[in-house]
Design a protein around this ligand. Structure first.
Ligand SMILES: [Zn+2]
Length: 285
């Protein structure tokens, strides 16, 4: 009996210490240095160019140098990420390229591995009912739009998407809404095991300013909503720091000119972090 109690106490102690030290461990591991882009020796398949332009119209505005870089980053992403179809959904090359090209668009200006923590993308044929993870130790983000889930980003490198939302987000490149941008912004944010609206690889020189600006904007958004004033970002940004970041990333990549005009401070921070902005931003600068 005493032995059983001792084992139970040890298990509880182990569990509690895991919860406490996990964020520190993940942070330390993330700090061991970002992996540089592991370029592949072979060229991307020749037919990818047309397919990516079809499934992700925003890519048509890229210079040929940037477009070529996008395809090469997609190549790495597809090598390192497993795709699974759920509820009978069949994963085709078109589906993979649509998700991968939209995700990699975000990191086009970065010099590190596109999404070092992302391991798996699950795609549903329709919007889906959220499946909660078993473990209460996960820090997962579920995005809903007054109904079924549009997408989810899990702490352990899993992104869940609905195909109609992926396709709709890509089809309209400047409506400020893109579920792949949103969920992969969460993946960047969750790379350090936390989701506080600031990715682990935000440079040290920007971190204080970043944290202060996100906190200030979140407060302003909430105040606007309380006063019945239409905020400059989607209302959903007011949920918390993580959703603010994901919604602001959608705006930065879909309507960069408008964001640069209404919030030049945030725009400049994002430009410093992402290393590029789509065309349209220059006009407002
Ligand atoms: Zn979200």
């Amino acid at each position: 009996m005493q032995a059983a109690l001792a084992v139970l106490a040890a298990l509880i102690l182990f569990g509690a210490s895991y919860v406490l030290i996990r964020p520190v461990l993940v942070r330390l591991l993330a700090r061991t240095g970002p992996e540089r882009i592991p370029w592949l020796a072979e060229d991307p398949p020749a037919h990818w160019g047309q397919l990516v332009r079809d499934v992700f119209p925003a890519s048509r505005s890229l210079s040929s140098v940037k477009f070529d870089r996008l395809l090469r980053i997609v190549q790495i992403f597809l090598r390192d990420t497993r795709f699974e179809g759920a509820a009978g959904f069949v994963i085709t090359e078109r589906v993979k390229l649509s998700v991968a090209s939209q995700a990699c668009y975000l990191v086009l200006g970065k010099e590190t591995h596109p999404f070092p923590s992302t391991r798996r993308v699950i795609v549903y044929p329709e919007t889906f009912v959220p499946r909660r993870p078993d473990s209460s130790m996960d820090f997962d983000l579920v995005d809903m739009d007054d109904g079924p889930t549009l997408g989810e980003s899990w702490d352990h490198g899993t992104v869940i998407l609905s195909w109609p939302s992926v396709a709709a987000g890509a089809r309209d490149p400047d409506d400020g809404w893109n579920v792949v941008f949103h969920e992969f912004a969460h993946q960047l944010d969750q790379g350090d095991g936390e989701s506080g609206g600031m990715p682990a690889d935000v440079p040290t020189a920007l971190r204080t300013e970043w944290q202060a600006l996100v906190a200030a904007r979140l407060e302003e958004l909430r105040a606007d909503l309380n006063d019945g004033v239409e905020p400059y970002l989607d209302d959903y940004a007011a949920t918390n720091e993580a959703e603010f970041f994901a919604v602001a990333v959608e705006a930065y990549f879909e309507v960069p000119g408008a964001l640069a005009e209404v919030d030049p401070e945030l725009f400049k921070l994002f430009l410093a972090y992402f290393g590029w902005a789509p065309d349209g931003a220059e006009a407002a600068n």
